[in-house]
Design a protein around this ligand. Structure first.
Ligand code: SF4
Ligand code: SF4
Ligand code: SF4
Length: 200
């Protein structure tokens, strides 16, 4: 099996929380590191013993006795206390599956059906108003959904690096609004010109 195919097969076994507890930027980067022989198979606390068995069987590597890394509290999802949220948007920026909705200075909310319980939104919240609740073990369709949502976010952010953010806070001042719209149009035209020149 090629390194690329092995990475895909490993990624298919990972929990898709994108929580970074393994020390990598997400599940796929961890899978790629294992496939290149740069990381052990014992670094994913959410995967637990069952993942150790599966990764050892897939890779042929010896099964480590235990998982290393931060303790994992088990399946959970999070909710935001609406009476305490100050609308700072800090949680929104870090959610790997775009499960948080809100805008600057407005209360934020977590889409319960999309939250994978990764916990990445907790540290940035300045008022500690994000709280865990127990959740059921996710079914494979939901795990796949988290992978797709994370991949879609990745693709959108890569696009935005060229064209600028698609969603920005709308400024109250009309002149500033016009300026922002003009800047967005200019960026989009430049991106289209760049695309035209590469496609001939
Ligand atoms: S679930 Fe978290 S710890 Fe496990 S591979 Fe994915 S990002 Fe790493
Ligand atoms: S809402 Fe928080 S815990 Fe849920 S997926 Fe997003 S960052 Fe993770
Ligand atoms: S980080 Fe906390 S206070 Fe800020 S928007 Fe998110 S939930 Fe609200």
């Amino acid at each position: 099996m090629s390194t690329e195919a092995l990475a895909v097969a490993i990624d298919a076994l990972l929990p898709q929380l994108q929580c970074r507890a393994c020390g990598h930027a997400g599940c796929l980067p961890y899978a790629e590191a294992i496939s290149r022989g740069e990381a052990g198979i014992d670094r994913c606390p959410p995967g637990g013993d069952a993942l150790l068995d599966a990764l050892a069987a897939l890779t042929g590597l010896p099964r480590p006795p235990v998982v290393t890394g931060p303790a994992w509290a088990g399946p959970r999802r999070f909710r935001i206390d609406p009476t305490a949220c100050i609308g700072c948007t800090k949680c929104l920026a870090v959610c790997p599956v775009d499960a948080i909705v809100g805008a600057a200075r407005q209360m934020h909310d977590i889409l319960a059906a999309e939250c994978n319980g990764c916990g990445l939104c907790l540290p940035p919240c300045p008022v500690d108003c994000i709280h865990p609740e127990p959740a059921a073990e996710p079914e494979s369709a939901l795990v796949l959904r988290w992978r797709l949502r994370h991949a879609a976010q990745h693709a959108r952010r890569a696009r935005e690096e060229t064209t600028g953010p698609l969603l920005e806070e709308v400024p109250a001042d009309a002149a500033e609004r016009r300026e922002r719209v003009q800047a967005a149009i200019t960026r989009a035209r430049a991106a289209r010109r760049a695309g035209d020149s590469t496609t001939g």
